[in-house]
Design a protein around this ligand. Sequence first.
Ligand code: IPE
Ligand code: IPE
Ligand code: MG
Length: 243
Amino acid sequence: MPDSPHSLDPSALPAHVAIIMDGNGRWAQERGLSRSEGHKAGVRAAKAIVTECRTLGIRHLTLYTFSQENWGRPRDEVSLLFQLLVRFLGDELSSMEKNGICLRVFGDVDGLPLAARTALRHAMNRTARCEGMIVNLALNYSGREEILRAARLLMEKGVRPDGVTEEAFRACLYSAGQPDPDLLIRTSGELRISNYLTFQSAYSELYFTSTYWPDFTPEELRKALRDYAGRSRRFGLTQEQIP
Ligand code: IPE
Ligand code: IPE
Ligand code: MG
């Protein structure tokens, strides 16, 4: 029987899901298609996952969209990725507003191509007051750089060493005000984090699947969520101490 969203226990849903959307290139290669086609299919998969998360009531979704390291890819591929981003924002903005989805960026927006910067700022402004769900796009993002940036911000504020608390530090991260990811999913079979949410993923539950991102359907997401629901999160305590 195909599973339905109802087969998931709402109380066991993660508040924050973070995804490393990997495998577009290999998905395309296996089909004799160009990498561009793989990325286009990846955008379609991302749209379906955003919709599914909204339907399920997941409040925070963070999608690894473009890493700082990805600048090293061929120039044509990089420019296609940003074209797709601009198109995605144009196509989806009104439905995001209608569905109460607030768009945010983790990463350095100023370092993005002009068209992407403009489209992102517009989309962030338009959805700023949406309260149903937050979708964070990690763009021009590096987890290590985010940590260094937070250290710089604290120093600029003149914070003394004993003021460098976890709370003060968190307030300087892109994710300030949002919970850490409960569940971190990576598609495509790679077993690594690739500089993603380095600070915030300290206690995330990890879920790896060999499915390439374009094939990661809402059903696959629900499978990951069921797996998560069966995990025992202990945060360093003993099983007996967990309520
Ligand atoms: C993920 O797919 C998309 C981005 C990194 C932008 P890839 O393009 O990394 O696909 P593979 O890993 O080459 O298959
Ligand atoms: C991670 O995927 C970045 C994104 C999904 C945007 P990569 O394909 O860049 O990661 P590596 O190179 O396999 O570690
Ligand atoms: Mg990859």
